[in-house]
Design a protein. Sequence first.
Length: 212
Amino acid sequence: MSTISTSSTISIIGAGNMARTLGTLAVAGGNTVEIIGRDQSKAAAVAKALGSGATTGEWGAVPAGDIVIVALLADAVAPTVAQYGDALAGKVIVDISNPFNAAADGLAYRGETSIAQEAAKVAPAGASVVKAFNTIFGHVLDKGGRPDVFFAGDDAQAKADVEVFIKSLGLRPLDVGGLHMAHWLEGAGLVVMGLARNGVGHWDLGLGVAEF
């Protein structure tokens, strides 16, 4: 797997709000961005809005980016990785999803797994999966908020590449360990929801670490 320098080539599978938000920050950080969506016209609209040479990729084809962010709903992540198959060989796959139940007060699966771990099971040889960005509300980033970005993965080089990318967005990356920690990051997503609904009482927040 190649080492990525201070700027990265990024493909984002998905053309929704988080794809647009992360794409905007990525372009501003000097990264090359490709948007991929099942709806080609929607993906093209996002790429056009990003400007700065952002391009549109073909669904199912080999993504241009070394880092591939899967910005889809949780139940679509692993199936999409499986569908792409060898097209993702050698890529760093970043899962940003939260598998909440309908009430968003619990996880939608049983056991100590995670969407990222399930994606890793179906990823092709040479690909690495990293969990990141799932404790962050997109609108907070849109407003200029800069919460910490927790990430987890098993491959040291993949995590180093993601760390460089996160820093390019003007955010602080915090490594929480191996990919098994993705389960607990998804639980931390629930903590953010609980804080917004209760202790903080609004949605303009993000998790962070204070050092003393």
